[in-house]
Design a protein around this ligand. Structure first.
Ligand SMILES: [Mg+2]
Length: 397
């Protein structure tokens, strides 16, 4: 079997003005994602997805990775990964190149499963056909609205909810108290500081999160501030999570060696595909750390992450975006099945998913290099909505 072509398909969805939402990153106007198809001469196609700058990813696929892979045996995932990594090394290693080759890697895992007649979780040695899932939402809203929203997730069967903070100390503490009161002691709260705390506040909030029995404390700082993570971890007794903005085994190794994290949060659609996410998960396992993958882009990514989390003993949970997102709600022929806070994985070979191509066509950006005007930062924000960026080295220990 040979690879015939590799395709990147950019999708965009624009929120109606009254559905735009706000958090530490700004006011979100659009959602974007990129699907990857690896077509073979056997008629089988592997599916992956990535979550990065769509036009840059499109160029990397079209001009570099697709020509490299044409004619290759798609089952040789490990050597193809190395080839892609080697070719992009001079501008890659982290960021868009790593993300893009990872989308192809995930599609190759989908193909491997289809060829061998096994689901990816089984190829990885897993035995669980379900994966714990948590409700991720609770953005910057009033505490009463947050309470209602959080209670709704528990009613749907979720046992864990994640909220976004870093709006100010008074808001952050009030918001956590409101959600705790709404969901009770027996359900878990995770908090996400979206990289926007400074060390002193991070410590004070950490003590408060301890009192509130927060399940994890996510991204207090930007990932480059590794020492600040490690120092904070020494000072508080609540698990620190991070990694959605980290790439590759190399990046995670640095954070793990520094003692920066209790829970790693790689994302197959960002950090280098299923292969690299699996390596990160294994390294976390060897170091006694948990794995709770990040997902915020589309259903393909959620499923790919869930195959990894379900297959590794230290896998904690996958993230389910609760904002309106057609790439999660409409993209799959069989929508995600989540019951009692458990995402069901199928026994269908590969990732076990089929794309609804009419939905793909509805949101497809026809000229993939001509993406909507705006500011890109993992979602799309209007220029006027983008907040002051944090400085690169804001933290000096
Ligand atoms: Mg986060």
């Amino acid at each position: 079997m040979k690879i015939e072509s590799v395709e990147a398909i950019n999708l965009a969805f624009e929120y109606p003005p009254d559905e735009r939402f706000r958090y530490g990153g700004g006011i979100c106007t659009h959602r974007l994602t990129t699907l990857i198809h690896v077509h073979t001469d056997s008629g089988l196609t592997g599916i992956g997805s990535i979550y990065t700058h769509p036009a840059l990813a499109y160029l990397i696929v079209r001009d570099q990775l697709a020509p490299l892979l044409q004619g290759e045996d798609p089952t040789e995932i490990e050597s193809l990964w190395e080839k892609m990594y080697g070719l992009t090394l001079w501008y890659g290693r982290k960021g868009v190149a790593m993300t893009t080759l990872g989308g192809i890697d995930t599609a190759l895992w989908d193909l491997r499963g289809k060829i061998e007649g096994k689901p990816v979780w089984q190829l990885l040695g897993g035995e669980r056909q379900t994966c714990p899932a948590y409700a991720s939402g609770l953005l910057w809203r009033d505490p009463e609205e947050l309470a209602e929203e959080a209670a709704g997730y528990i009613e749907q069967g979720y046992r864990r909810v994640k909220m976004r903070l870093a709006r100010g100390e008074a808001y952050d503490t009030g918001a956590v108290r409101a959600v705790r009161q709404a969901i009770g002691e027996n359900n878990d709260i995770m908090v996400d500081a979206s990289m926007r705390y400074k060390p002193e506040l991070a410590k004070r909030m950490g003590k408060f999160f301890e009192e509130q029995q927060v399940f994890w404390y996510e991204e207090p700082f930007a990932p480059n501030n590794i020492d600040a993570y490690a120092n904070l971890r020494q000072q508080i007794n609540v698990p620190i999570a991070g990694g959605e903005n980290e790439f590759g085994l190399q990046g995670f190794r640095e954070m793990i060696r520094a003692g920066a994290l209790d829970i790693v949060q790689p994302d197959t659609s960002r950090c280098g595909g299923i292969s690299e996410t699996w390596k990160v998960a294994r390294m976390a396992q060897r170091n006694g750390l948990g794995v709770a993958t990040h997902s915020w882009s589309d259903a393909v990514a959620i499923v790919a992450n869930a195959h990894v989390v379900s297959a590794i003993p230290n896998g904690i949970t996958v993230e389910i975006d609760q904002m309106t997102n057609p790439f999660i709600e409409e993209l799959l022929v069989e929508p995600l099945q989540i019951q009692g806070g458990q995402l069901q994985l199928s026994r269908v070979p590969g990732l076990g998913i089929e794309l609804n191509m009419s939905v793909v066509d509805r949101y497809r950006i026809l000229d993939p290099l001509n993406i909507p005007d705006g500011v890109y930062s993992d979602m799309m924000f209007g220029k006027e909505n983008f907040p002051e960026p944090f400085t690169y080295h804001e933290i000096d220990n």
